[in-house]
Design a binder for this molecule. Sequence first.
Ligand code: GRF
Length: 199
Amino acid sequence: MYLPRIAILISGKGSNMEVILKACLESELPADISFVGSDNINAKGLETAAALGAPTRVFFYKRDGRKAAEEAIASAIEETKTDWIILAGFMKILSPDFVRRFPEKIINIHPAMLPLFPGAHGIRDAWEARADHTGVTVHIVDEEVDHGRILAQEEIEILPDDTLETLEERIHRVEHRIYKETLIKHFLENPISIEEREE
Ligand code: GRF
């Protein structure tokens, strides 16, 4: 059995990426990092990844347009023989064409209980809706936004004395645990075959 190769795509802080990357380095998560990529050259997470020794890449959406930027991501994935694309706060919507190129191979984490509160502000939207619960979802990415087969979900209560900040903090803590655990399980259940690796 081969160690799966993963690329992690981020746009900002990269705290989920950091947990996943460290888990790979410590062999807690049986995977090799092929690269950490970002649409944002100033993403703090790129520095973190480089400091931990991971290759980094930037994809220039603004300069090159979405089609060319996605083509560059796809080329990087293919060139590095990456098996799984892990979205961790990647703020660009991947086109249906891109998603179809890597069926069942793109995984995302969303800070709400999908299908509730999709979109870029899942935590804030649940907070502003005065929901009494929200949560975290890890899912396979399909052609719709924040949509696809759910791999794991965990509910989080919104407490009466929560502020948006304390809620965010609790959600991130759950994200960091659930993303890593879900990937460990998913990779174990979906090993990369010799044929796939040699394609
Ligand atoms: C996380 O809340 C994740 O669920 C969402 O974007 C945020 C990224 O945070 N998709 P970080 O960059 O991993 O710290």
